[in-house]
Write a new protein. Sequence first.
Length: 439
Amino acid sequence: MPVAASPRLDGTRRKPVFALVDGNNFYVSCERVFNPALEGRPVVVLSNNDGCAVARSAEAKALGIAMGQPWFQIQSMAQSHGLVALSSNYELYADMSNRMMRILADFSPRQEVYSIDECFLDLRGMDVDLTLLGHRMRQRVAQWIGIPVGIGIGESKTLAKLANHLAKKQPCWQGVCDLTTLDGSMVDQLMAQVDVGDVWGVGRRLKEQLNARGIVTALDLKRADPVIVQRQFSVVLARTVRELQGISCLPLESVVAPRQQIIVSRSFGKPVWYLPDLRQAVTSHMSRAAEKLRAQASVAQMVQVFIRTSPFSARPFYSQGITLPLAAASDDTRLLVKIAQQGLTRIYRAGFEYQKAGVVLMDIQPKGQGARTDLFHDAQHDRRTDQLMQALDSINARMGKHTLKLAGEGFVQPWAMKRNRHTPAYTTNIRQLARARAK
């Protein structure tokens, strides 16, 4: 059990202080906002093609359902324990994430969005009760969008992560664990309760190596010599040791660097044999990749397309990809699709049962970085293309994804990944908005 907190009187608020805010069972929590009947019931959200559990409610965890456990192994619990399984609704989760991050950004001058359900906040120099501030964050997020969050506060990002782990695992923290209010011996007592495998950046394989050297808890790792750790393991783990010692080594990354590669791929809901279906899939994937490219104000110089059959099938295996350059870097969906289709034509082989297709945008650079100098360059065509792509993105952002799309994506997509338990896009599609009824 956690020890009682006592104020620390060193008064060094100039030292780095981080908060890690994490949505509890985020995908499940998003679904519960719009379907309150799921409260108190065991719920899992399934991966692409409804394959395995990628999010679990507390009730599902209590049934022993593991992260990544295949659906076929647990589907009997729907009858025996009332387990509810839902297909991943990434459009909903992304929108709820954006809303949550905007709310949390109001509490700090600097924010690092670390993943879809968690962010770091810079609390350095704030002359306020940080525990109370954490509770205010929780209350506002819960009131404005209905998502429960846990908050950990520490003098390094790794300590904030560890505090967040305690806040979620031990109810007496009431969702907010602030290690900066505790003296060193109290923090050590808490670290002794945390398995080294639960420390940020320590995976299962590394945990086994550490255990073999007698490092079993977070406290053991904190007390290790970082010089020896760097020699025996890596500079990354040595940095983790210093972070556990309260030495901030990982700065807040408030500006997300543009991606140097954009990949969109999906396994098919059912096997695909014929080129027209593959063309639909590649067009759909490239349209999504181009949208991501424009969202980060970039253009791509190279396109890769790949297809493969299932490595687990008894049928013959085939896997092939091809990379093609563009004459000039572009973010035009139509041009990128055209190049990808040329590549698909060259690598397709009839007679195979295809299980997956994907596209990759490569050699990505900021839009407008290099001026076009070729003699026949049509600047007016570029302006019209930019206006068209802006209109496409604007309408889809306002009216819902796929409101406007290329005809080549198809209106009936028999190859699309299986999502038999999909919930509506409650917040992003005007035709699927949640309805409230007064009684």
